[in-house]
Design a protein around this ligand. Structure first.
Ligand code: 5MM
Length: 344
């Protein structure tokens, strides 16, 4: 297969109506935090057992078409000795890999951060491809508050996102470009909309400069919402209106899919907002999800590190995947949320 064929077949697999991407790429400090909340120690074995549970959830492939993994997970195996990326593939779920190396303070830009990891990325990608990864993800974050994010942060992060995306495509790996405007703070939804518009304009300018093929990438942004401490919070219809207004202004129709992150929204809130977005007209892209917390939180709570609770955890994950699959089609509601007839 040529590089072009590889990119096309991966995009086709990742953009399917009624399906979305599971973000299970928590780095070591983040998964330790998630486990601490359920009193589970973050050992390599516990991480393996948990991620094996997730990927072997029966029929998960009905609603999930891709999974973003952390480097460690790519090399782990399930109880039968099958590599975890193969466990995903068997369910029709494309394995992907987080390739950024986390964020650090951006020099001379107080309060802003930049994501690192470009050095040696070409060589790392070769290894990840051998282990089964077909797409990649890189996250940049933008803080809202005072003068943040400043111009330097908006430009510098756009450049790293575009460099990363170009490097991935050169190796046949579909890049997911993730600019996350953080929900922390008490800012208004209008302020979030202004920042998101600046950020997306800059990201797409940079992608153009770096000659990234828009047809062979996915965007993973936050939704346009007020800060989590702002009162009142927005209705799903307001979130949908603001989000689509900004995205229509900034995201070319050539991008095949936008997979939102949940960014600290509760699981049901993230589903309701996605549903409202998909109830609006004039959507030139497939609008789906790439949730981490909003898909996994109920599963983690059900599991508690207890092998006897594996099925309950899988049930909880399957339920959220199914609800979000409905939201992608604008068909989610209270009746579906309470319907237990599909139990595993
Ligand atoms: C799953 O969390 C991902 C990794 O985060 P760290 O590198 O900080 O450990 C994160 O990039 C995630 O993919 C996105 O933030 C979306 O997840 P949420 O939970 O916001 O939907």
């Amino acid at each position: 297969m040529t590089i072009q064929d590889q990119l096309e077949s991966t995009i086709k697999a990742l953009v399917q109506d009624g399906k979305g991407i599971l973000a299970a790429d928590e780095s070591s400090p983040t998964i330790a935090k998630r486990f601490a909340a359920i009193n589970v120690e973050s050992t390599e074995e516990n991480r393996r057992a948990y991620r094996s549970l997730i990927l072997s959830t029966p029929d998960l492939g009905q609603y999930i078409n891709g999974v973003i993994l952390f480097e460690e997970t790519l090399g782990q195996r399930d109880e039968q000795g099958t590599p975890l990326p193969d466990v995903a593939e068997r369910q029709g779920i494309v394995p992907g890999i987080k390739v950024d190396k986390g964020k650090v303070a951006l020099a001379n830009a107080p309060g802003d951060e930049i994501t690192r990891g470009l050095d040696g990325l070409e060589a790392r990608l070769e290894g990840y491809i051998e282990q089964g990864a077909r797409f990649a993800k890189w996250r940049c974050v933008y803080h809202i508050g005072g003068h943040n994010p400043g111009r330097l942060a908006v430009e510098a992060n756009a450049n790293v996102l575009a460099s990363y995306a170009a490097i991935c495509q050169a190796q046949g790996v579909v890049p997911i470009v993730e600019p996350e405007v953080l929900i922390d703070g008490d800012h208004t939804i209008e302020r979030c909309a202004d920042v998101m518009e600046d950020v997306l304009h800059e990201v797409f300018h940079a992608l153009h400069r770096h000659r990234v093929s828009l047809e062979h990438m996915l965007l993973k942004p936050s939704m346009v919402t007020p800060g989590k401490d702002h009162r009142p919070q927005a209705t799903p219809e307001q979130v949908a209106d603001y989000t689509l207004r900004i995205f229509r202004r900034t995201v070319p129709a050539a991008v095949p899919g936008i997979n939102f992150l949940s960014g600290g929204q509760t699981p049901e809130e993230a589903t309701r907002n996605l549903n409202a977005i998909n109830c609006l007209s004039d959507r030139p892209w497939n609008l789906s999800f790439s949730y981490g917390r909003a898909l996994q939180e109920p599963a983690l709570k059900a599991w508690q590190g207890n092998p006897g609770q594996v099925q309950a955890a899988q049930q909880a994950l399957f339920h959220r995947a199914r609800m979000n699959g409905l939201a992608v089609q604008g068909e989610y509601g209270d009746t579906a949320e309470k319907d237990a007839s599909w139990e595993l």
